[in-house]
Design a protein around this ligand. Sequence first.
Ligand SMILES: Nc1nc2c(ncn2[C@@H]2O[C@H](COP(=O)(O)OP(=O)(O)OP(=O)(O)O)[C@@H](O)[C@H]2O)c(=O)[nH]1
Ligand SMILES: [Mg+2]
Length: 479
Amino acid sequence: MQHGAGIFLNQHTDMTNDTICAICTPAGGALGILRVSGPEAIAITDRLFTPVAGRPLTARKASTLSFGTIHTPEGEDIDEVVVSLYRAPHSYTGEDTTEISCHGSAYVMQAILHALIDAGCRTAEPGEYTRRAFTAGKLDLAQAEAVADLIASNTAASHRIALGQLKGQVSNRLNTLRQQLLHITTLLELELDFSDHEDLEFADRSELEALVDEAAAHTQALADTFRLGQALKEGVPVVLAGQTNAGKSTLLNALCGEERAIVSDVHGTTRDSIEVVAHIDGVAYRLIDTAGLRQTEDPVEQIGIARTMSHMSRADIVLWVVDAAHIPADFAAMARRIHSSMPEGSTLFVVFNKTDLLSAPDTVAQAATTLTQTLPALRHVAISAHSTADIFRLRSALASLLPSPPTGMPIISNARHYEALTAAHADLIRVSEGLTVGLPGDLVSEDLRQCLHHLADIVGEVTSTEVLHSVFMNFCVGK
Ligand SMILES: Nc1nc2c(ncn2[C@@H]2O[C@H](COP(=O)(O)OP(=O)(O)OP(=O)(O)O)[C@@H](O)[C@H]2O)c(=O)[nH]1
Ligand SMILES: [Mg+2]
């Protein structure tokens, strides 16, 4: 890991010498795993383990497997197990570690856990193994956070982001950025060191400005991936909205492949929002069916419509469903109003539904033309929710609505990283402005250091103990 000429203070000061233990797998599987880590890990496990053959664990080489019986400190047998042995620093935590593979019964795992505690271990806190790996320098903080994301990942997209982060894609990108900024800081500070020599100017200000602007653009581009990253991690919110009876609930059911929402030809069938997850091309979409929009005196329906508006104002994607057989005259104006009420960066996608009922298909073509005249970037599709082929097309269209980050750019999916990047970007904007107006080097350099500090925070080099605590608190016990 690169450290900038003494700029960063490594605050990994929470070293502890306890030997910890935890059950790492949920109960009820065929097999279960307990993990023991710390200076006494091998000795304690050894006291509870009788190998079928061969030497005791303490005399065995690293990276070996031993089959035998695990028992209580009093010698009562608990289970037949396999013990994997790791010696520091070649283990996940960097410490001596054993992993006990036993049968997955809750009783067996609890009995082994109690035996380990009786023999001198303490139970691990949530995330303590990964925190120890971080303390030992095995992972930086962004990678440690990726471990929790990897465990939680349930789609190809969230898995890909977490694995990339664990493998250091985010950290490497940040390190490159930090190297560029350190270079600029060095140039500026060289100028400061020789400030008595009035004639000397070491750093060409316009060149520096260009470098800073480039770094600011990189920081911004990385921060900009957060919206997508978060959507891919949590599920992309897609709101189905439109007038009553347009076919929103029919589409929801068709897209998720289940009869989740009530469908009827009565206007105003859906009153409350219904959320269903649909997986399309390895991405989870949180489809939200909403109450159809119309003028109504019914107070309950009015509440439903207010909820629709609220969902639309927060959605990443709004599917505006329109009954193609009854396209309202002011349809383009409606689309414009909806589009302007949506958050920046979100997508309005018009779905002309019920094309099977059209006697004159060109009414859709005319509406689409009017629409693109009003909002050129707006995309649309014409389908029948009753056609499997059309639903398939709509699913592909949905997948194509997701923005793709610039080639090679890692995707940020962690709010802590996003906040630090946004702060770093603001610092760089101040640096750039400072250079433009000719601020003295020491003032500009102060903002640069602040920026470096924010970037170092992401990988955990200058992170406070409280932040570390809150990061690891969200892990499960045993990881
Ligand atoms: N022919 C045809 N009928 C459709 C199509 N899509 C939906 N319908 C019918 O249109 C009617 C209304 O469908 P819904 O899915 O309940 O409409 P909605 O937009 O959810 O309506 P509200 O909940 O009242 O806002 C039902 O009778 C559906 O069977 C379609 O593509 N073709
Ligand atoms: Mg409905």
